[in-house]
Design a protein around this ligand. Structure first.
Ligand SMILES: O=C(O)CCC(=O)C(=O)O
Ligand SMILES: [Fe+2]
Length: 284
């Protein structure tokens, strides 16, 4: 065989191979063409990617907004409207004059009783009692109390003039010092009306922040199935509930730090009403 014949044979073989490959590719393309989408032709439109991203973002924003509306928190007033810093208020309110041996210190604003050691002292009988509070402190208390009274009336559908401030109304300070008496054991489930007969509506104004100023110390509602719903104390947050057996509750043990709250409660029994604690009264 001549050299030329050999070359042309090689060329022919190559051509044949290329045609074969091309045919194979065509077959695959044809096969794909016949492979119709299962659920009909897919929809496409201009700027499809941009639009689909916009829809996704709006969807996520909607979910975030919707969930934020789901909380049962009602804003009564901005913290800065009514509250000084908790520390400032507590420093002047006389709590610093006491301190119980157990983990709980109480200052009753109506009677002046303050836990000290294993007893109570009366800060309204102390020398210099007029320096512990001033008129502005009581004015703040009155504003806070009145706002809460209106909020309770509104949310529980009662007439604002038919609920009355009742005693005790007190500051509480809680920490993780081991309890000395049963009164220091705030973590037991209880019903306020059993402790305080004339309470019909309990409210708590929290003065500092869970997870920042203290750990533990969440408020827990305990229902019949032993399932808890919890409230995390936060400065300026108000919790209100009816004081009967429908609201069994406890406070989770404090693990560290100090927790401050103010209890303001209302009764429907006008014979058990108390007047607002006032500067004038403590000067008597
Ligand atoms: O401080 C709290 O969150 C609740 C205290 C309490 O339940 C009470 O004093 O009866
Ligand atoms: Fe309670």
């Amino acid at each position: 065989m001549s050299q030329e014949t050999k070359k042309s044979k090689k060329k022919d073989a190559k051509k044949e191979k290329i045609t074969q490959v091309q045919n194979n590719v065509k077959e695959v393309v044809d096969a794909n063409k016949n492979d119709k989408p299962k659920y009909g032709p897919s929809i496409s439109f201009p700027y499809q990617r941009v639009w689909s991203r916009c829809v996704l973002i709006v969807g996520v924003l909607f979910i975030v907004w919707y969930n934020s509306k789901q909380g049962k928190e009602i804003q009564l007033a901005k913290q800065k409207d009514i509250l000084k810093s908790a520390e400032e208020w507590l420093a002047i309110n006389g709590m610093s004059l006491g301190s119980s041996d157990g983990g709980v210190t109480i200052l009753d604003l109506h009677s002046g009783a303050l836990s000290k050691g294993s007893k109570f002292i009366n800060i309204y009988e102390l020398e210099g009692k007029d320096k512990i509070f001033n008129a502005a402190d009581f004015a703040i208390y009155k504003v806070v109390k009145t706002k809460i009274q209106h909020a309770i009336a509104h949310n529980f559908g009662v007439d604002v003039d038919k609920i009355y401030l009742t005693k005790p109304t007190f500051f509480s300070q809680m920490n993780n010092v081991p309890a000395k008496t049963i009164h220091d054991e705030y973590w037991h489930p209880h019903i306020d009306k059993e402790t305080y007969e004339y309470f019909h509506y309990t409210s708590l104004l929290y003065l500092n922040d869970f997870d920042r100023d203290f750990e533990g110390g969440k408020f827990m509602f305990i229902n019949k199935n032993n399932v808890n719903s919890t409230v995390e104390p936060r400065k300026g947050r108000v919790l209100m509930f009816t004081s009967g057996s429908e609201n069994l509750h406890a406070v989770e043990k404090i693990r560290s730090g100090t927790r401050y709250a103010l209890t303001i409660s209302f009764t429907c029994n006008m014979n058990k009403a108390i007047s607002d604690p006032s500067y004038r009264n403590i000067l008597k």
